[in-house]
Design a protein around this ligand. Structure first.
Ligand SMILES: [Fe+2]
Length: 252
């Protein structure tokens, strides 16, 4: 069994430092790895990245993250990535990593992703150059995720994105903004690989549970959705689905 702790949209700045840490200190007793689904910071500055690294770094388990749209706000995402990497945090963007956990290989492929919408209500690759650029961006991230997912050999494969791959985990958000919260191409990429679990954030008012058209369990782990420092899901157990096995109520 592999136990994965996950959270997203923690939006750390100097005022948040210290709020997650007590729960994170207990995490190694509860999980084998921590995945963070983007929006690590408020405005994507290197200073805020240092705050995130102080809060979420130097744990006794590996920490793997993707960036979110907030982490791009200051156009310093490369510096943010450097700060995190220097702190021992693995930052995925159209890439994958494999963690050895008690004899099992956990593969994690990640990308920020992008919006674009879902079946019946999505942007189409037609018309103005700006619209084609928008949809092209969605497709580029999804193709990169699919390639990253299929690049790893492992016993359990997890997809980590910031934007949502399905609309089910957006329920609670206004329908009018679904197209800015995720896109169907991410779900199609997840279904094109032997993915066991897909984790995302971004939709603060969404729902935790969904499933891709191909049947892969999807979990929206945005902090305002899970309302605790992290959820823990287990893989390679007798359960068919990833299952919430631990609720850490010591968060805020
Ligand atoms: Fe976001």
């Amino acid at each position: 069994m592999i136990r994965i702790a996950a959270v997203g949209d923690v939006h750390v700045d100097k005022d948040v430092v210290g709020r997650y840490r007590p729960a994170l200190e207990e995490l190694p007793d509860r999980a084998d790895a921590l995945l963070v689904a983007g929006d690590l910071t408020r405005h994507g500055t290197p200073d805020e990245a240092r705050c995130f690294a102080k809060e979420f770094g130097a744990l006794a388990v590996p920490v793997v993250v993707v960036l979110g749209n907030h982490d791009h706000q200051s156009d310093q995402q490369d510096q943010v990535t450097e700060v995190l990497t220097d702190a021992g945090i693995t930052v995925l963007e159209s890439s994958a990593t494999v963690l050895e956990i008690r004899g099992h290989r956990l593969g994690i492929a990640g990308t920020k992703g992008f919006g674009g919408g879902f079946a019946g209500a999505c942007a189409s690759n037609f018309g103005e150059r700006e619209m084609k650029d928008f949809v092209g961006t969605s497709e580029r991230y999804a193709q990169a995720l699919e390639a990253a997912l299929n690049s790893v050999e492992c016993d359990a494969l997890v997809a980590l994105t910031h934007y949502a791959p399905v609309p089910e985990t957006l329920v609670g958000e206004p329908l009018e903004i679904y197209a800015f919260l995720g896109c169907y191409q991410l779900g199609r990429a997840i279904d094109a690989a032997p993915t066991a679990l897909a984790l995302h954030g971004h939709a603060h008012h969404g729902s935790e549970r969904g499933r891709t058209p191909g049947g892969v369990p999807v979990r929206n782990v945005a902090h305002p959705v899970i309302k605790q420092a992290y959820n823990v899901y287990q893989l390679l157990s007798d359960e068919v689905d990833a299952t919430l096995v631990t609720a850490n109520k010591t968060g805020f």
